[in-house]
Design a protein around this ligand. Structure first.
Ligand SMILES: Nc1ncnc2c1ncn2[C@@H]1O[C@H](COP(=O)(O)OP(=O)(O)OP(=O)(O)O)[C@@H](O)[C@H]1O
Ligand SMILES: [Mg+2]
Length: 417
């Protein structure tokens, strides 16, 4: 019996090189429906059939979940290859044996029967939903495999950026994240590890219905969309203020444009953003982000950028003197609304928009990725953002607040000229 290992009717192309990868750890992570589990099942099955000695363990946090996931997928593949006669499949306890060579596949849950030592000389483990497995359990399992050729496969959605998996296997995210926020190939910090990132787009067998569902997350829950549709890390995102943004190629052709300005000087950057609104969409581009600028320097820069008296600039009202100076230079500048609730209100307003950041706004993107809520010692959110990395986000907030100002609300205007 022969299975053609390069047959595109059987395999998704992106996974093929991993069929013969002999690294100890293979990490398959990414969006939903990217064929991670299916490929892991294929690999476990093929190794069982072609290796002289193979004892794979299907591992999950809960034993009862294995039957309907890993075990079922392997059974389905055996069926689809028409090989039922060559296997003995027992369901209690779960065990699949390849009759011609006696190799077998077993299952272990971390909730019961967790005695890896009782299995004689296992050669591999497939950790399904690896991010549900605690580091200690992983260490116990991985250290129970010794001698011979060993391989361990981990499949997971990247739910928790600060999980042990990233610390143990991954380099800093900056090294594999491109400007759009997507991931390129990752080289593990361990030289015994291969990492593959995939999305449903890598799966030739994904259904239209699944694609539709995954893409619909974009409008329902952007956080969910990032993890399950694009396969990007979540987790620490819980503390992030803004999830509702993406990167676009260019600023639209829009007549009404606003500028937001934050004054910095020696310690902080002065930040200027260009903003326009189209219904629920907000487009923003970073225009200036620089330390050490005097008000005169800022005026020169504004002119350099083609900003004149016809364009409204909303600026940090904590600096009425600076606003006055720029006004005298001929700019249509006014102070942002301030008030006890202005930060919270401004953030709430911004969160209602789909924020589209123009490519190249790298400081703004960095701020969006790091601007987070302050927490108390127990990790409870204090409902105020940490006052740093906001030299472009604050001016964006000034503009949003200005645009959505409802007279009569508990907010006062100060510093307007
Ligand atoms: N080589 C293949 N041949 C046939 N069907 C496949 C193949 N690869 C994947 N599929 C199908 O694509 C769908 C998604 O695959 P799979 O469940 O492996 O995705 P996943 O990446 O594990 O998703 P999740 O993140 O939700 O666990 C399944 O219905 C599976 O049967
Ligand atoms: Mg899966």
């Amino acid at each position: 019996m022969k299975i053609n290992l390069s047959d595109s009717r059987l395999f998704n192309k992106v996974y093929l090189p991993l069929l013969n990868d002999t690294n100890r750890y293979l990490l398959l992570y990414g969006s939903r429906d990217s064929a991670k589990s299916y490929f892991a099942a294929q690999k476990v099955l093929i190794d069982t059939m072609r290796k002289p000695y193979s004892r794979y363990i299907l591992l999950r946090k809960i034993y009862a979940d294995i039957k309907d996931s890993q075990f079922q997928t392997i059974k389905d593949i055996i069926h689809s290859y028409g090989l039922m006669d060559l296997f003995t499949i027992i369901e209690n306890p779960l065990k699949i044996t390849f009759k011609p060579n006696g190799n077998y596949i077993l299952a272990r849950g971390l909730d019961k029967d967790y005695k890896m030592k009782s299995i004689k000389d296992p050669t591999g483990i497939w950790y399904e939903e690896m991010n549900e497995i605690a580091f200690n359990d992983f260490l116990k399992s991985t250290s129970s495999l010794r001698g011979g050729v060993i391989q361990e496969i981990g499949t997971f959605n990247p739910e928790m950026e600060d999980s042990w998996i990233t610390k143990y296997f991954f380099p800093p995210k900056e090294s594999y994240e491109v400007e759009s926020g997507d991931f390129r190939d990752v080289k593990s910090i361990r030289n015994d590890t291969t990492i593959l990132h995939t999305t449903y787009k890598d799966n030739d067998f994904v259904t239209e219905q699944s694609i539709e569902l995954l893409e619909s997350f974009k409008d329902i829950d952007y956080y969910y969309y990032r993890i399950y549709t694009r396969g990007l890390w979540g987790g620490t995102l819980e503390g992030l203020v803004y999830h509702n943004w993406d990167v676009v190629d260019c600023f639209p052709n829009e007549e009404v444009i606003y500028y937001g300005l934050d004054f910095g000087y020696s310690n902080d950057e002065s930040g200027l953003v260009k903003v326009c609104f189209q219904g629920d969409d907000l487009f923003v581009e970073e225009v200036l982000y620089q330390k050490g600028l005097t008000n005169q320097d800022i005026a020169d820069k504004l002119r350099e950028k083609g900003i004149n008296e016809n364009q409204l600039i909303i600026a940090d009202s904590a600096e009425p003197k600076s606003i006055q100076e720029l006004y005298r230079e001929g700019f249509a500048i006014r102070g942002a609304m301030k008030g006890p609730d202005s930060i919270r209100n401004g953030i709430d307003i911004l969160k209602r928009y789909k924020i589209h950041v123009v490519r190249g706004s790298s400081n703004l993107i960095r701020e969006l990725k790091s601007y987070c809520w302050a927490m108390d010692r127990d990790g409870k959110s204090l409902n105020v953002p940490i006052d740093k990395l906001n030299h472009l986000l604050d001016p964006l907030r000034y503009v949003a607040l200005f645009k959505n100002y409802v007279p009569g609300k508990r907010m006062v205007k100060v510093g307007s000229v």
